[in-house]
Write a protein that binds this ligand. Structure first.
Ligand code: MLT
Length: 263
């Protein structure tokens, strides 16, 4: 089912009214990055995906986003659907949103799944990279930026061996407009560091990391897992930053196993 909640495009699959998972996608992608997980997990859980403001089918609005406004949108989705203690699963930028959401409202969640993400904020070099991205968009357009950014999100082997799958995601990402992409870049550059909260997280947490992730590699994610008391760390072989697409079945079974064990 497709619905609008405070103008955010939201998609629900699965009948279960008591157990739900909310998936938050990465940048500059959209809710369809979770299609493989939803196809399987919706047999047991109500699966909720949505497009982050500025991306996919959600409106660009004024393009002035913050990590706080992204969490507000997430909270509106959860409240609008009447979800009771959903599992929250976010990848990369979706992970930044999820980590801040846990810091703000852990009592409203039953478990956390963090895929290919980090708790630290952008350092100066990271902020300058965001600024350079905005400059590229202003000079050469958002498609150019997407063409430069997206290859870093996949392992070399996936791009070679599943080139059609890779191009599908790349072409979808190019549909996103400049205002939305620039707004997300600024929101990420301005996000807070959530590392201090990791040791306070008490809900069960699964940390998933593609072994070949160039943006948030295992050496960045393992220390995060070490700081979260009730956590499980899973490395996905032969996958990059987009592990849920690159190794969809392995990621889905890791999630399934974790939820069966902990929820
Ligand atoms: C993402 O996949 O969401 C981005 O790589 C996050 C980022 O640029 O920090």
């Amino acid at each position: 089912m497709e619905t609008k909640i405070k103008d955010i495009s939201v998609f629900t699959t699965g009948e279960n009214e008591t157990r739900s998972i909310v998936f938050v996608h990465g940048f500059p992608f959209d809710h369809r990055m979770w299609d493989s997980q939803v196809a399987v997990l919706s047999k047991e859980y109500k699966c909720v995906t949505y497009d982050i403001r500025g991306l996919g089918q959600s409106p660009e609005s004024d393009g002035q986003y913050t990590m706080e406004s992204f969490v507000d949108d997430l909270e509106n989705v959860m409240n609008g659907l009447g979800l009771v203690k959903p599992v929250l699963c976010g990848l990369s930028m979706g992970g930044y949103i999820s980590l801040r959401a846990v810091e703000r409202m852990e009592d409203k969640l039953s478990a956390l799944i963090l895929c290919d993400t980090k708790s630290t904020a952008d350092d100066d070099q990271g902020k300058l990279k965001r600024a350079a991205g905005i400059k590229t968009i202003n000079k050469d357009g958002s498609e150019k930026f997407v063409e430069q950014f997206v290859p870093n999100c996949f392992s070399e082997s996936f791009m070679k061996e599943n080139n059609a799958g890779y191009l599908k995601v790349l072409n979808r990402s190019k549909q996103n407009g400049a205002v939305g992409i620039k707004g997300c870049l600024l929101a990420m550059a301005g996000r807070t560091d959530t590392t201090a909260y990791l040791s306070k997280i008490s809900i069960p947490t699964l940390i998933i990391c593609g072994k070949e992730d160039k943006l948030t590699p295992p050496e960045v994610m393992k220390p995060m897992a070490d700081q979260i008391k009730n956590s499980k760390f899973v490395v996905i072989e032969n996958a990059g930053h987009m592990a849920p697409i690159e190794k969809a079945e392995v990621v889905t079974s890791s999630i399934q196993e974790f939820l069966q064990e902990k929820i």
